[in-house]
Design a protein around this ligand. Sequence first.
Ligand SMILES: Cc1ncc(COP(=O)(O)O)c(C=O)c1O
Length: 348
Amino acid sequence: MIDLRSDTVTQPSLAMRQAIFDAPVGDDVYGDDPTVNAFEAKVAQIFGKEAGLFSPTGSLANQLAIRTLVKPGEELLTESFSHIVRAELGAAAAFSGITTRTWEDPNGILRADLPLKLATPNAGPYLVSTTAIAVENTHNFGGGSVQPLSEIAKLYEGAQALGLTLHLDGARIWNAHIATGVALKEYGKFFDTISVCFSKGLGAPVGSMVLSTQERITSARQWRKRYGAGMRQIGLLAAAADFALENNLSLLAQDHARATAIATAAHQVAPTVVDPKNVPTNIVVFDLQDLTCSAAELNSQLREAGIAGSALGPKFLRLVTHLGISDEDVSRVNTILPELLQRALKSK
Ligand SMILES: Cc1ncc(COP(=O)(O)O)c(C=O)c1O
């Protein structure tokens, strides 16, 4: 099976398993794990932040971060297809009493004016007060889209003027960095809290991190324990994540080229379905409005041919490239997918 469901399906390499094997560990609830301690300090430094906190998932990293920014009953603004509001099962409300309002960006690409217009800071005793804005970079459901640095800077200036804080859901900030060449520290400058994942394109089996000031990270550490995610010898996981960061970051460029190749081949037969210009990283989203088949039908036809994708809406199919996908896999996808698209167009 050529598995393009997500970049989370990778298998740890032998060398990564060796790094796990070799890691010195201790009990992290006591602060004793040298590998995770060193890794948290290292990643914090990469983003120009004071401290980091290892988390088992990106969802928890997001939730820990935003609860340090927004009090119960206050408001977080985020894009309507962002992971925080769409795929974390209402965690912000369920865990932290945070209310959310959303704005819509075509392809998930940030236009800073929209959240800034929506924001109502210090709204008094009648309206909900906005205290933070979250940005996703790259934007998953937007098709791996990269946020323009100019819009991030504009959002930062506007947020500063309004007294609002900013969170970056940087689960795939690595892809944005590789696609644009913008330094990770440069992204770090604009955000009060950042979440990053090592278990997506970088290929670690588990692991994310929250990055912020020492004070916020101390609070997030308490909440992580309160949620039952205080972990023990997690140097084993941190060693895998560190290996992924050291060895796999530059390989993301290949994932991006392979995603563009898939989008280009599909575009040649079905131009309205996908535009390779809108595929800057490793996520290809297909809009099947002009086809007779649904995303679920196309996905099951692909499956019969040995290719797995994700049908994420009635007419919305997603294919994601990653470490486990080779050029040969892409060639095979590019012989099968265009033919299926052609058939769906023809019988229209
Ligand atoms: C943008 C984004 N943020 C956060 C997450 C959450 O990561 P996890 O699945 O580790 O909870 C994901 C997962 O796909 C994601 O795409």
